[in-house]
Design a protein around this ligand. Structure first.
Ligand code: GTP
Length: 491
């Protein structure tokens, strides 16, 4: 080997080593860059997740039952126009991407509230930091009709009965109060009323699930059954997927196992932890400076508002409470009479206005009167209104705002007719935009196979169904309880 060959080999080795060193440095740098990028991208992801989970926190925060929270801004103010257009749907004036109210805005009762009866009635925490208590019933700024101008606010005392010739010694109204059925165990008692729902929904599902091997056709049938019962697409998908997973993982074999699983899945979908107490007990002792609870009952025409108001009054009276009814349905004279009859039956005073009077003014007067007479609860029945009429919806918003000049509104109960199915959901959306709905009363569940609206309405609004109407009788109002409700569907 010549000297020049040796030199060439040495040069080649040096070159290879140099290339290896350079390559190592470059690779090392690349690795550092890619690590840096990953760290950067992790940041925002973390933030988004945190934001998503805040809603859960909102649920637990709401249990404080704070009374000082400012009521949400009236949504009508956000509308781009207010000329009779519906609040939702294709013609919606509010942009679809408007931030929707979430559970944080829903005023739920205090977790420490005592459940008094089966149809739970709770008391707001006493000595709340009242926003302001205008001592005098001065006419609120928005109620153009100052009190004296309101066309005669008649106060209907609970007259014993419409006897043509008044006898000098009229019996005390209290003596005439009807016997009221105990509220405990009502849902159980009324279970048979759900039979129509049961035959299609529960039995259909159990038949399919209990049959053993489920092919795709069977799953489609299960989905159809859920959809037909008005559970809605989202809930249906959720329930079906959970059933599929659980059946596979738990190795469900017998009809009893299938039933237990179905019960569990349906109960879970009904939010068993939602607070369903009706906030209809006073703030402190009204005879000692406390304030009556104020409950607004709202909904479209004919859903059962007046009936529900009357039934709820009975529940309260049965619980030893005093009640005043406000007949703010000034559109329909018969509705006022109807409420007066309910009041008479339970010995409750009724405040009403003349036909056509400003409903906000009547509601204000009822709450004022309730405070003056130190009743435990003022229940205000409002006029039925089509949710597609912006003017009427704005009027309802006004009723609430005006009442709030006098007292805190503890509960806004939206009455939905279960037989209207999907339309009930649309109503619920619009009403919750205008007044801060805090609870749903689902009426006429005795006459429909569409009880599944319960699932949807709670899911969409985050507002619990608190009461259910199961008949026209005076005591056919029951608390809504997911477990017994599902049992009633499946048994
Ligand atoms: N089957 C059944 N009927 C009910 C129930 N609740 C109410 N109703 C009936 O529904 C009808 C309408 O009830 P109302 O209380 O007058 O309805 P409303 O919402 O006050 O009506 P408007 O004042 O016109 O808006 C009445 O015949 C009630 O007896 C229920 O749970 N089941």
């Amino acid at each position: 080997m010549t000297t020049s060959t040796v030199i060439l080999i040495i040069v080649a080795v040096v070159l290879v080593l140099a290339i290896a060193v350079i390559a190592g440095v470059v690779l090392n740098r690349r690795r550092r860059i890619s690590l840096g990028e990953r760290e950067d991208s992790a940041g925002p992801t973390e933030a988004v997740k945190g934001g998503g989970y805040r809603a859960d926190g909102g649920i637990s925060l709401s249990s404080g039952g704070a009374t000082t929270a400012a009521p949400p801004e009236h949504p009508a103010g956000e509308r781009t126009e207010v000329e009779g257009q519906p609040g939702v749907g294709d013609d919606a004036a509010v942009p679809r991407d408007t931030v929707r109210r979430d559970i944080v805005d829903v005023q739920l009762p205090d977790a420490t509230d005592t459940a008094v009866t089966d149809t739970t009635v709770t008391e707001e925490p006493s000595a709340p930091a009242e926003p302001e208590t205008p001592a005098q019933p001065e006419a609120p700024a928005e109620t153009a009709p100052a009190e004296p101008e309101v066309p005669v606010q008649e106060r209907v005392e609970p007259t014993p009965e419409p006897t043509p010739e008044p006898t000098p010694a009229e019996p005390e109204a209290a003596e005439e109060i009807e016997e009221i059925e105990p509220t405990a165990g009502r849902l159980e008692k009324l279970r048979g009323r759900l039979s129509r729902s049961r035959s299609t929904f529960g039995q259909g599902l159990l038949g399919l699930l209990g049959a053993g091997d489920l092919d795709e056709d069977s799953w489609e049938e299960i989905e159809d059954t859920l959809l037909m019962a008005d559970l809605g697409a989202a809930t249906t998908t959720e329930i079906t997927e959970r059933l599929r997973t659980e059946i596979a993982s738990r190795g469900i074999r017998t009809p009893d196992d299938a039933r237990a699983l179905l019960r569990e899945v349906l109960v879970d979908a009904l939010g068993p932890d939602m607070e369903r107490a009706v906030k209809a007990l006073p703030h402190g002792d009204p005879s000692d400076g406390g304030k009556p609870a104020v409950v607004l009952v709202v909904g479209v025409n004919g859903t059962g508002k007046t009936t529900t108001t009357g039934k709820l009054a009975r529940v309260l009276v049965a619980d030893g409470r005093t009640v005043l009814l406000g007949a703010a349905d000034t559109f329909r004279a018969a509705a006022v009479e109807q409420l007066a009859t309910w009041g008479h039956r339970v010995g409750a005073e009724v405040v009403r206005g003349k036909e056509g009077a400003d409903p906000a003014s009547v509601a204000f007067e009822a709450v004022s009167r309730g405070s003056d007479t130190a009743v435990d609860a003022v229940l205000v029945d409002t006029a039925g209104r089509l949710h597609t009429k912006t003017g009427l919806m704005d009027e309802l918003g006004k009723v609430k705002r005006v009442v709030e000049k006098k007292a805190q509104v503890d509960e806004v109960l939206l009455v939905l007719d279960a037989t209207t199915g999907q339309n009930g959901l649309t109503q619920a959306r619009v009403f919750s935009e205008v007044v801060d709905v805090s609870g749903i009363v689902l009426t006429k569940l005795d006459g429909t196979a569409k009880g599944g609206i319960v699932f949807q309405v709670q899911r969409e609004l985050g507002v619990p169904v608190k009461l259910v109407g199961l008949g026209e009788g005076p005591d056919d109002l029951a608390p809504f309880q997911p477990g017994p409700f599902v049992d009633a569907l499946l048994d």
